[in-house]
Design a protein around this ligand. Structure first.
Ligand SMILES: [Zn+2]
Length: 307
């Protein structure tokens, strides 16, 4: 639903040769549109495959931002503007509001300051946090997306709160989102030979009871809100694995925090077999049914094309 584009003739369908300079791409300055993978065809609504009305919405969105003095080149390239347009079903006014809300949040959150003191930031607790709440990027899925794993089942909130705070965790999450956009996605695009704009997220519920979930409810809610509101259209695949019957109750709560379009992208299963369809076994950590076992543990290896 979210990404559904109007059924119109898209420019790239008339010129399917993915040489990176064809169709709508030729008018764009965005470098993410060039690709070397001969089998890649951009999905509808993405650079290189825009219908006439989608192109018009993009041009209008960019022009309004420029005319009103809100355009910030390094943060508002065409693929970014298109993410906001897709997230708001091509309504330019709503996409603009979403973008302004995000710009305001950047300021309130002091994101630039956070990223500037990145050297000092280094989330000193990371190694310790990993013991009590593993969250990590690890290699790529079959379409070249960075895989992000979050093991809610391994959570030990009592120990976790001895070494960090929810505020620090949210800062670390946002920092990771920024690195994901600035470093991981460009590296993955280069490795895949085509633009990679989204992640493949795995939420492992093995061992999660209701109590554990309620413990992190506030954190999960805040994290989900940041992802949905300020990093739109970044979720390519989302797998909730090893869920139990109890999760039905939990899910009815989480669902309420999410956009229906987001909910539609989520697969929930009671095992982890489904992951093998999307992630090459050699890229999937052994504890999720794959064959990878990085020295020192997959959760801390940060292995992937970004190295
Ligand atoms: Zn590994």
């Amino acid at each position: 639903m979210a990404d559904a584009a109007p059924a119109e003739t898209a420019s790239a369908t008339q010129n399917p040769s993915p040489n990176g300079t064809s169709g709508a791409a030729a008018t764009s300055k965005d470098i993410s549109i060039s690709w070397t993978d001969p089998n890649y065809k951009p999905p509808s609504g993405y650079l290189g495959n825009l219908s006439a009305s989608q192109q018009k919405a993009l041009d209008q969105f960019r022009k309004e931002l420029q005319d009103e003095g809100h355009f910030v080149e390094e943060r508002m390239d065409d693929s970014t503007l298109l993410r906001y347009l897709r997230a708001r079903k091509w309504d330019v006014a709503l996409a603009k509001k979403m973008l302004f809300d995000r710009e305001k949040w950047r300021e309130d959150f002091q994101l630039d300051k956070l990223m500037k003191c990145v050297l000092e930031f280094d989330f000193k607790e990371k190694k310790e946090v990993d013991k009590y709440y593993p969250q990590y990027y690890h290699k790529v899925d079959k379409e070249g997306r960075p895989v992000y794993v979050e093991k809610l089942g391994a959570l030990n909130l009592t120990e976790l709160m001895k070494i960090t705070t929810q505020e620090r965790q949210i800062q670390a999450l946002v920092y990771e989102y920024e690195i994901f956009e600035r470093e991981r996605l460009p590296a993955c695009s280069k490795a895949a030979g085509h633009p990679v704009e989204t992640s493949c997220t795995i939420l492992d519920l093995k061992g999660v009871g209701l109590g554990k979930f309620w413990d992190v409810k506030n954190y999960v809610q805040e994290a989900a809100g940041i992802g949905q509101n300020y990093y739109p259209e970044r979720m390519g695949k989302f797998y909730i694995v090893n869920s139990s019957w109890m999760f039905t109750t939990i899910w009815s709560v989480i669902k309420g925090w999410l956009d229906p379009a987001t909910v539609a992208k989520i697969s929930i299963t009671n095992s982890n077999d489904i992951l093998k369809q999307q992630i090459p076994l050699e890229n999937l950590p052994a504890d999720l049914g794959g064959k990878c076992s990085c020295p020192g543990g997959c959760s801390l290896s940060d292995a992937g094309p970004w190295h």
